[in-house]
Design a protein around this ligand. Structure first.
Ligand code: MG
Length: 373
């Protein structure tokens, strides 16, 4: 049996607040990762992507990078089932798989199981038994109880014999129902053909509906370190705050070890070269520069790469002075520069217990770690 795949990418991403199809996941956008899951599987002939106007150009670029099977773009409808209907008109194979573009983690194994299910039973829908208790809710109150043993949550790819699904859609249209009356194909197939066959899906095959679904998946960690010699006749600036002290850091810039360590952590997490490559100390334009300006430039680099800062942790190593009282202000200052809540910025200060150059107040050092999403 041959299959064509319908990949649904025309959604408005209302729950996400931005178009999730073009969000990067481990270096690739979600749609491309979902598309790649189907490439190279024997029996799949063509992939039809339902796109919105908004992502048409991006989807075209993605399609142009892959040549192992035919990929075509079709204009999506006003809702999921209308998009499926539009795409069904372009299906030539006798089997059809329908997959959410927002499920980029589907495995080849599951796709093949669904294809086998269609060959054996005429339809195949992956799903997972519900493990949480089910309650009916009305106006902020629990008003009823559901038996979770009788319910599964449904995933994609859903597979059908093309003629049967097409028949179900035509009958649905003729019966005066609207596309919006159905949330997926299994509901239409159930209403107009018969009970679809269901198999266990995969936990990792989850749908990306909001940024929280990407936590941990899309994270990039970075670490940074900096040290500067303390000398007289210089201001002491740490994490953007001028500290009252008789010594300051010797440096080409303002010598802010906290921000320098942070910049390296951010660049490192982003896969960029280090601070010295971006702001060479041989360049006079960085002479005496306020390090917050360099930090802002680095934030611009991250923004262009669609990276967001999840949280920041900085440790300052210095024997004296005590900087505890400055830390709340440092956090607020960095929060404004990084455009994240100050509660996502931790700054701690440690002495070296009198040991080594830091212990003898000959130097100040800093470590920073960041997580980008
Ligand atoms: Mg430095």
């Amino acid at each position: 049996m041959k299959f064509d795949v319908i990949l649904l990418a025309a959604g408005k991403s209302v729950r996400m607040g931005m178009n999730k199809m073009i969000l990067p996941v481990s270096g690739e956008v979600i749609l491309e990762r979902a598309l790649e899951a189907f490439l190279g599987i024997s029996g799949i002939e063509k992939i039809i992507i339902a796109v919105s106007e908004e992502i048409k150009k991006g989807a075209k670029e993605i399609a142009s990078r892959h040549h192992s099977c035919e990929i075509m773009l079709v204009e999506g409808g006003n809702c999921r089932e209308e998009s499926v209907y539009n795409c069904l008109k372009h299906v030539d194979a006798n089997g059809v798989l329908i997959h959410d573009g927002a499920r980029p983690f589907v495995s080849t194994k599951l796709i093949k199981e669904v294809m086998e299910g269609v060959e054996e039973k005429g339809s195949c829908v992956p799903g997972l038994p519900i493990t949480d208790s089910i309650r009916r809710v009305d106006d902020g109150l629990i008003v009823g109880v559901g038996n979770r043993n009788k319910y599964w949550s449904v995933q994609t790819p859903q597979g059908y014999v093309f003629s049967e699904l097409s028949f179900a859609f035509e009958n649905m249209k003729n019966s005066g129902k609207s596309f919006k009356d159905f949330t997926d194909e299994s509901e239409i197939y159930l209403s107009y053909v018969k009970e679809p066959y269901i198999i266990p899906g995969e936990k990792k095959n989850r749908k990306i509906t909001d940024l929280g679904d990407l936590t941990g998946i899309n994270s990039r960690i970075g670490s940074g370190y900096d040290i500067h010699v303390l000398t007289s006749g210089r201001k002491l600036i740490i994490c953007g705050m001028e500290i009252d002290f008789e010594l300051g850091c010797l440096a080409h810039s303002d010598g802010d070890v906290g921000i320098h360590a942070l910049i390296d952590a951010l660049l490192s997490a982003s896969g960029e070269l280090d601070i010295g490559s971006h702001f060479p100390d041989s360049d006079v334009k960085y002479s005496g520069i306020d390090s917050t300006i360099m930090l802002s430039e680095v934030i611009d680099i991250l923004t262009q790469k669609n990276h967001r800062i999840n949280n920041v942790s900085i440790t300052i190593l210095l024997e004296k002075p005590k900087i505890q009282d400055y830390i709340p202000l440092m956090r607020v200052k960095l929060a404004n520069l990084l455009k994240i809540p100050y509660t996502d910025i931790a700054i701690s200060a440690k002495t070296a217990e009198g040991l080594g150059d830091i212990g003898e107040s000959k130097a100040i050092a800093a470590y920073a770690m960041v997580i980008l999403t």
